[in-house]
Design a binder for this molecule. Structure first.
Ligand code: CA
Length: 242
């Protein structure tokens, strides 16, 4: 009699995505469910249940599902640590309250996303797939493109429909920040801290002024913005072309 090799996988896993997912979740029920469901979906899943064990992980996973409220620490701190170690690592935060979403959006990264508990498994799986597909545009690529707009980060040149845009330094930085997070809501606070100063807590009037002038240079018509959407009470979002 031959015992199955521990590495043997069910046949349906053959040829499927073997991305390595790390689940950080202290709720045993949720953690076990995620481990089983993601494993059934063909992923290689590791599950830890404390901030300490999460910090001790040395091999970068392909994606992290991270509970915000951990018994021995703040999930957000773990996220910051991970992103410092592995820039561009996709992190899907599991948040218990919708108020926490601002905190997550404000996290200084294009990699982070959130999903609120209770979540539907199908939605979670869809998010996981989307993040694993997304190319890491912020850490490696030195050129950002969107439709007829190309931004060369090294040369600090922005070309729209074949014409180079004359941008002031902060307008260029603002454009880069928005374009690096296409389709994602960026809070006013995160834009201010990332574009202007890391520890900026004052008025965001400067942001409005620069956003208005950036829109003009992009040829946006007032009241009919096509690339940059204002999110009332939150911030801005770059709308991907096409
Ligand atoms: Ca928790």
């Amino acid at each position: 009699m031959t015992l199955p090799h521990p590495d043997d996988r069910p046949a349906y896993v053959e040829g499927m995505d073997r991305s390595r997912l790390l689940v950080v979740e202290d709720d045993a029920g949720i953690g076990a469910n995620l481990e089983r469901a993601l494993g059934n979906a063909g992923y290689d899943v590791s599950w830890v249940d404390t901030a300490a064990t999460a910090r001790a992980v040395t091999e970068p996973p392909d994606l992290v599902l991270l509970d915000l409220g951990l018994p021995d620490g703040d999930g957000l701190e773990v996220a910051r640590e991970y992103l410092a170690r592995w820039p561009g690592l996709p992190i899907l935060m599991l948040t218990a309250r919708t108020e926490e979403m601002d905190v997550v959006i404000g996290l200084d990264t294009g990699a982070a996303d959130y999903i609120t508990k209770p979540f539907r498994l199908a939605e979670l799986l869809a998010r996981v797939r989307a993040h694993l597909r997304r190319p890491d545009s912020t850490t490696n690529a030195r050129t950002l493109t969107d439709g007829d707009l190309t931004v060369d980060l090294d040369a600090r040149r922005a070309v729209l429909a074949g014409t180079e845009l004359q941008l002031r330094a902060k307008e260029f930085d603002l454009l880069t920040e928005l374009l690096s997070h296409k389709g994602q809501a960026l809070t006013r606070e995160s834009l201010m801290s990332n574009v202007w100063d890391e520890h900026w807590f004052g008025s965001t009037k400067t942001l409005d002024v620069h956003m208005a002038s950036l829109r003009r240079r992009l040829g946006e018509q007032p009241g009919d913005p096509s690339r940059i959407t204002s999110l009332r009470g939150v911030g801005y979002r770059w709308e991907p072309a096409g």
